[in-house]
Design a protein around this ligand. Structure first.
Ligand SMILES: [Zn+2]
Length: 146
């Protein structure tokens, strides 16, 4: 009886998917595009963060004015600014982490299952940390606990 290949040779996972291969021009173009998208988003969010900070300071300054009629409106505005800011900060962290992964050469792998995230998904959402199915699972779980 002939000795076949090692039993688990076929089971070994192919870790480097084609578009990350440095010899592949298409890969490099995609990564460059994604890096550009991320940098653009980063810049965008940083300006937004700055604008939010200014808006909040203006709001805080205007809080001294004892105009009773506007108090409720100001409270609503303040809460909205805060919510917007929290969202932006969250996005900013996502984008920064994505750029770090890109730099480390591990960009594009799902944080949950380790499978490569579809390029289409990354192009639509460059800061995505999970593949579509893991993200959906997570959102379902999140919706339940909320
Ligand atoms: Zn996944």
């Amino acid at each position: 009886m002939l000795a076949g290949p090692p039993k688990n040779a076929g089971e070994r996972r192919f870790r480097h998917h084609h578009w990350r291969n440095p010899m592949n021009i298409e890969t490099q173009t995609h990564l460059a595009t994604l890096r550009e998208l991320l940098n653009y988003r980063l810049h965008d969010l940083e300006s937004e963060e700055h604008a939010d900070e200014l808006a909040r300071r203006r709001y805080a300054a205007s809080g001294d004015v004892s105009d009773r009629k506007d108090e409720a409106a100001q409270l609503v505005e303040g809460n909205m600014l805060e919510a917007q800011e929290l969202r932006d900060v969250g996005d900013l962290q996502h984008v920064r982490r994505a750029l770090e992964r890109l730099h480390a050469g591990i960009y594009g792998d799902c944080a949950e299952c380790g499978e490569p995230i579809a390029l289409q998904r990354l192009l639509a959402e460059p800061a995505a940390e999970r593949c579509a199915s893991c993200q959906a699972t997570r959102e379902r779980a999140g919706a339940r606990t909320r």
